[in-house]
Design a protein around this ligand. Sequence first.
Ligand code: ACO
Length: 328
Amino acid sequence: MIRSAIIGTGSYLPEKVLTNFDLEKMVDTSDEWIRQRTGIVERRIAAEDEASSDMGLEAAKRALEDAGVNPLELEAIIVATITPDTLFPSTACVIQGKLGARNAGAFDISAACCGFIYGLAIADGFIRSGMMRTVMVIAAETMSRVTDWTDRTTCVLLGDAAGAAVLRATTEDRGILSSFLGAAGEYADPFLLGMPAGGSRMPATPETVEKRLHFLKMRGREVFKLGVKMMPEAGLKALELAGMTPKDIDLFIPHQANIRIIDAVGERLGIPKEKIYVNIHKYGNTSAATVAVALDEVRRNGIAKEGDNILMVSFGSGMTYAGTVIRL
Ligand code: ACO
């Protein structure tokens, strides 16, 4: 049986740190409120000349180096992003060109915070079907560019980051063991969670700019309630597809949207706190990149080791929800 092993990971965080105290000077908020309600202490912000492809490229280079893979060996580059450099050409093509990965097909996917898990599932499909042997999945998000820095209900939550993984066909019993992809399209409302303007429904006009419709909008309380319902469901589905229960999991990597959501999801799945990986205090919500960055961190700092079963789950705009079980 062919599986997709994760043979290398990488991540990139921009240098600039924006703390809760910095935000206190920008909007009517406080370090205490942000910590208590979200668990976030600081987040990273891309430099003025940095876009999603620049961060994705760095993460990709690090993942290739970790895997010992030459860019020419890649057959596909999948980039998960809701903050592409441009709507077209794709961010994946920009990265493919800069990497010199001339043998790889390249495309972006739009699944919001679930993008990395969706991307892993697509890559796994290519590999298990025998169509490809080596595929890279990148999640790159410059959320700061779609953040309304005058809106305290959203600007305290978001950050910029990129993560990447190289997958390769293996006959060993490891790699991606299951993928569950969910969507609840009845919630596909850009004012519930999304960006209303700039697409074919509402192209850019002076009015859309004036009404600040090119920024992320969110009704936080409703999204919170959906998150604590959808993430455990995605987790249970992914476990079921892998023939596992929460007890079989060595490490749980949930999407980092809010520490209270993470705690609630852990509780519902019956996964003890010491098995839940949290880095939201350092980076905030970086959309598709949260899970990708976390996966790289746990591999590099030895929190996860060979043979460990890792459950990763996410939810996001769409609403999408997704889960995957991998064995390192
Ligand atoms: N600082 C101080 N006060 C604030 C702030 C702030 N930054 N933001 C909101 N408040 C106020 C509100 O105005 C409200 O005041 P009121 O009671 O006088 O009306 C009060 O705090 C409580 O507001 P709630 O919205 O009820 O606060 P809640 O506990 O729900 O926390 C939060 C808000 C953090 C946004 C939470 O709802 C949440 O995490 N939601 C989910 C977010 C999420 O997961 N998004 C995921 C996707 S993002 C993406 O896709 C990239």
